[in-house]
Design a protein around this ligand. Structure first.
Ligand SMILES: Cc1cc2nc3c(=O)[nH]c(=O)nc-3n(C[C@H](O)[C@H](O)[C@H](O)COP(=O)(O)O)c2cc1C
Length: 219
């Protein structure tokens, strides 16, 4: 990977194809990602819209193995505490869709191997009037995920670390005014990108008004 032309990488990737295939990639190879490439995908983040163009985002890329291990310990423990029980219930339920079980298993795999992901990219941002502005950061996060897709990196969006938010933020040198809101584990994918399972847009799109009874209540 050392002879990568980082400037050219991903520049010709079709946007809509990237959007349709930027699924959560949770199985990552351990080879490092060049800092210039981390910079490139974060730069895509900086082109996101934000209220008043305040650009509240701060990106912290953790690459040192010891620091990733420290973060991984906390992520894994929280995942096992909060999400593993749901996976166990889903596995025991014959009516639970198999694709969703597979997705949860992939999330468990990530939790168990997150320390091996070569980049832990945290997205943090300035609070406004005392409130965390997650909505101001998610467009930047999605731009980064798409840029990863475009340059061939695997990535996913995670929030499990928020259960230990203040401790992890302090570890990252972030203050109470600039909490993190997402952790993107990034690396070269083991498998391939592909279309994720999604309901048809025809089940989601209405023109002018939603007809009465068209939206079934969620279980
Ligand atoms: C707000 C938000 C929080 C998420 N948190 C986590 C997480 O903590 N861990 C994880 O493995 N995936 C997390 N995900 C990823 C979703 O599980 C994933 O996007 C979804 O299953 C669709 O995956 P697919 O695009 O591969 O179909 C999160 C996604 C969103 C939008």
């Amino acid at each position: 990977m050392s002879d990568l032309d980082i400037e050219a990488l991903g520049e010709d990737f079709p946007l809509l194809e990237a959007i349709r295939t930027a699924r959560a990639i949770r199985r990552l190879r351990t080879e490092p990602v060049p800092p210039a490439l981390i910079r490139k995908v974060c730069e895509a983040g900086t082109f996101a819209p934000s209220g008043g163009n305040r650009q509240p985002w701060i990106f912290v890329a953790v690459t040192e193995a010891e620091r990733r291990a420290w973060i991984g310990e906390r992520y894994r423990a929280r995942f096992r505490q909060y999400i593993l029980p749901a996976l166990e219930r889903a596995e025991a339920d014959p009516d639970f869709p198999e694709a969703n079980v597979r997705n949860m298993r992939a999330a468990l795999h990530l939790a168990d191997h997150i320390h091996e992901a070569p980049v832990h990219l945290f997205v943090a941002g300035w609070k406004r009037r005392g409130e965390t502005q997650a909505q101001a950061l998610f467009p930047a996060i999605q731009n980064i995920l798409l840029a990863c897709r475009g340059v061939g990196l695997g990535a996913s969006l995670t929030t499990v670390h928020l259960a230990d938010g203040p401790e992890i933020d302090a570890y990252l040198g972030l203050s109470e005014s600039t909490p993190s809101c997402a952790l993107l584990p990034i690396g070269w994918p083991v498998g391939r990108h592909g279309r994720p399972p999604r309901a048809s847009v025809d089940e989601k799109l209405y023109f002018e008004r939603v007809p009465e009874g068209a939206i079934a209540p969620r279980r």
